[in-house]
Design a binder for this molecule. Structure first.
Ligand SMILES: Cc1ncc(COP(=O)(O)O)c(C=O)c1O
Length: 488
């Protein structure tokens, strides 16, 4: 047992702090690691739990560790400069026609280039893919229903799966009937159906800024216009800005990642989400909530869906198993609020029904309890990767670079000097074996040219660290090219 020096001038809690710092300096504790539990360390040192707690609280106050409710204390990437809200620099936005197709195409293509570390696409299950369990369940399902698997399924999808989904939402207090839910081909189809329920060509849709490029591309494809609403890296969508925008523009619908934003990783507090619903229902503007990252929160409880706060059926919830289990299965779902009939009609017209075999497999997965166990480990691994990636970026990128501190999800939003355009070195990075998502594709009006999105949804190894180093070297070259002086 290690013993603290009770005769020393330093308080016992200070000696605990010194111990933790020493472990960090010696590389025995790394960014993302969990500190020993309060009880374990108190036993190890033969001191009281409150003394260890005092040390951990002080480390948290200094920004060296992060407390995660019901989980413990974790080492933070202290060298990383955190991206802060910059509301005052935001210029109010006008609706724009969306056009950012070609770069988006290149980002998608880059996933399939051999020997490239793909950090441009958010694919959290790479951290821990449940592929073997799902393959086993699929074989079992297929042996029971091989004849039905080749037939058309019901328009709104498998009843057992809908019942499981309804049950999960009911556990959070949402009053949803399984008969209302529509199973879709991924969340993307759910959002597309929801948009078509409430808006048409030429209509203005409010989106977050920055916003996941799949949504802007969808808005473009449907011939609609987007108006960007400032979204804070810590608290999500700015409600004052939204209210002003509703007053100025004829907004037909909002599409917001109300739980966890992609690319910011911000988690809107539940109270704020309730206020958002109150606001949109007051102005009678439908809200399409994109909840794909809802399960991938890092601390506290699962964010409550906006659907929970809706009293008029104006909220439509879209989600999927893509970020948690199997993006390739293309199983998503829509809780259509009061637009149920419309949603089913559009689903029928658009794709008839969703493939049944993946739905049955996922039903078995959820029912077995394995899905929830998998989610627990997935969240832990993502949290760990997040801090490791922040630390690596802080080490290899220019020192003025700011990095988001996500509260969930699987991506980092990184800001370089305003003189740099990250699209300029996108191809160079791919040639060097690493891909990322350039900032401009996250805004239909071309904001964020100096930002980039980097995914930490990867299996962490030396190859990933080397890829970040390579990316850092490329960015350094670009800083030199423009003879930049580091901005502090
Ligand atoms: C924020 C967000 N919404 C929707 C989607 C689409 O999800 P799916 O693959 O289920 O269609 C993605 C996928 O990257 C996403 O990041």
């Amino acid at each position: 047992m290690r013993v603290l020096d009770r005769e020393a001038n330093a308080f016992l809690y200070q000696q605990v702090i010194d111990f933790v710092e020493q472990q960090y300096q010696q590389g025995l504790l790394k960014a993302g690691d969990k500190l020993p539990s309060l009880r374990k360390l108190s036993q190890q040192f033969g001191i009281s739990v409150p003394t260890v707690k005092q040390a951990y609280i002080e480390l948290e106050r200094r920004g060296q560790v992060q407390a995660r409710p019901q989980s413990g204390y974790y080492v933070k990437a202290t060298t990383a400069k955190t991206l802060l809200p910059m509301r005052n620099k935001w210029a109010g936005a006008n609706p724009v026609e969306v056009n950012c197709r070609s770069l988006i195409e290149q980002v998608y293509d880059a996933i399939h280039i051999p020997d490239t570390v793909a950090l441009g696409i958010s694919n959290p299950i790479k951290v821990q893919a449940p592929d073997k369990t799902l393959a086993r369940l699929m074989r079992k399902v297929l042996s029971q229903v091989s004849d039905k698997a080749v037939s058309y399924g019901p328009v709104n999808g498998d009843q057992k799966l809908r019942m499981q989904l309804a049950y999960r939402y009911q556990e959070q207090g949402v009053q949803v009937n399984f008969e209302d839910i529509v199973i879709t081909c991924g969340a993307q189809e759910a959002i597309s159906i929801a948009l078509q329920c409430v808006a048409q060509k030429g209509d203005v849709i409010a989106i977050e800024s920055p916003c996941y490029f799949g949504i802007t591309e969808l808005i473009e494809t449907l011939g609609m216009k987007a108006v960007e609403i400032y979204t804070c890296p810590e608290q999500g969508i700015c409600l004052e800005e939204l209210e002003q925008s509703i007053a100025e523009h004829n907004i037909q619908a909002c599409v917001f990642s109300t739980a966890i934003n992609n690319p910011l990783g911000s988690k809107m507090p539940d109270e704020k989400r309730a206020k958002l619903v109150e606001l949109i229902e007051r102005y009678q503007v439908p809200l399409i909530e994109d909840d794909v990252y809802g399960e991938l929160y890092f601390s506290g409880e699962k964010p409550k869906p906006a659907q929970l706060f809706s009293t008029e059926g104006l909220v439509m919830t879209c989600s999927s198993f893509s970020k948690t289990a199997a993006p390739g299965y293309r199983v998503g779902y829509l809780l259509p609020g009061k637009y149920e009939e419309e949603a089913k009609r559009i689903k029928r017209a658009q794709s008839c029904s969703t493939a049944m075999l993946p739905q049955w497999t996922l039903t078995e997965y959820v029912l077995s309890g394995d899905y929830d166990r998998h989610l627990l480990t997935l969240r832990k691994k993502l949290m760990y990767n997040c801090e490791r990636m922040r630390c690596a970026i802080a080490q290899y990128f220019p020192k003025d670079v700011c990095i988001s501190q996500p509260q969930g999800g699987s991506v980092l939003w990184v800001r370089c000097s305003s003189k740099v355009n990250t699209s300029d070195f996108f191809q160079q990075a791919i040639d060097a074996g690493v891909s990322f998502a350039p900032g401009v594709i996250f805004s239909p009006s071309g904001k964020y040219h100096n930002y980039m999105r980097i995914s930490f949804g990867v299996e962490w190894d030396n190859k990933v660290e080397q890829a970040i180093k390579t990316l850092g070297e490329i960015i350094h070259q670009h800083y030199q090219k423009y003879q930049l002086i580091y901005e502090d």
